[in-house]
Design a protein around this ligand. Sequence first.
Ligand SMILES: Cc1cc2nc3c(=O)[nH]c(=O)nc-3n(C[C@H](O)[C@H](O)[C@H](O)COP(=O)(O)OP(=O)(O)OC[C@H]3O[C@@H](n4cnc5c(N)ncnc54)[C@H](O)[C@@H]3O)c2cc1C
Length: 283
Amino acid sequence: MKAADFDYQRPSNLEAALDLLDDESGDVQVLAGGQSLMPMMNFRLAQPELLVDLNGLEDLQFIREADGHIQIGSMTRYCELENSPLIQQHVPLFSKALPHIAHVAIRNRGTIGGSTALADPAAEMPALLIALDAIIVARSRHGERSIKAAEFFLGLYETALEMGELIASISIPISEAGCECGFYELARRHGDYAMAGVAITVQTTNPISEARVVFFAVSDRATRTEAVENQLNGVSTLAGEEMKNAMEEIGKLDFHGDLNADIATKQHLAKVVFKRAIAEIFS
Ligand SMILES: Cc1cc2nc3c(=O)[nH]c(=O)nc-3n(C[C@H](O)[C@H](O)[C@H](O)COP(=O)(O)OP(=O)(O)OC[C@H]3O[C@@H](n4cnc5c(N)ncnc54)[C@H](O)[C@@H]3O)c2cc1C
């Protein structure tokens, strides 16, 4: 199929883009990497009247260190994140996970802002941002607000973004010494969407503390589970009774089946990816 008719604007600065987005009719959508939006338009699952192309906006393309954070412009592409020395040094969880997102051709175009705004429950990025305690900076004609990743993803393709807002940047706190991360996903083929995955950050100083465990591709959104984290915090390693308890708590997550796997399969795979990510951290 072909996309329905739409108007197209390519603003040259952020203020002009925000002016175009400030439209009460709600029929305006921004175009980032187009890796999800273009197929959705071609299938007529999305039919914006006006497409605002962000690709000319240099003020949304940066990776920098400031105030104890790594700040990333929303139009930064996956491939730029993969190749960034700042990311490799300070956000190792990204370096582990990014190669699992689709294929090189898609990572050459897809952006961190696009994946975050889309809130696909099977996507890696929402889980990574929650695990890293990231802050999403939204901009509109009327100002700026900062939203914690844990409060940003509200459900299936649903976020806390309001009409007229776009994601301007994403800010990731630089982790303290002793912070380790683990990532594991299972997909039918490398590059396919995951059937189940998990991102973990944890202070491995004895005893373990500040664990953040976030599953993706198992529910209607990336899901942080404090009940599982509680099994990690306060022990020196996760084995025996604590691992058994963690498995039980994982089984209680709000699993949703999808095209890739039914609920029973996801329940099983979630336990597998958790064990493998933990083994990676503590090996
Ligand atoms: C074959 C294939 C395989 C894929 N596999 C995976 C995978 O394994 N894992 C994975 O995570 N993804 C996968 N993807 C999706 C890919 O990661 C997309 O790039 C990503 O989901 C969207 O990013 P984008 O920059 O292309 O956004 P676009 O497609 O341009 O936009 C997506 C949505 O976000 C909105 N948007 C974009 N930028 C902003 C912004 N700054 N502020 C507010 N709203 C915004 C758009 O209006 C649109 O609604 C795959 C895609 C394809 C085609």
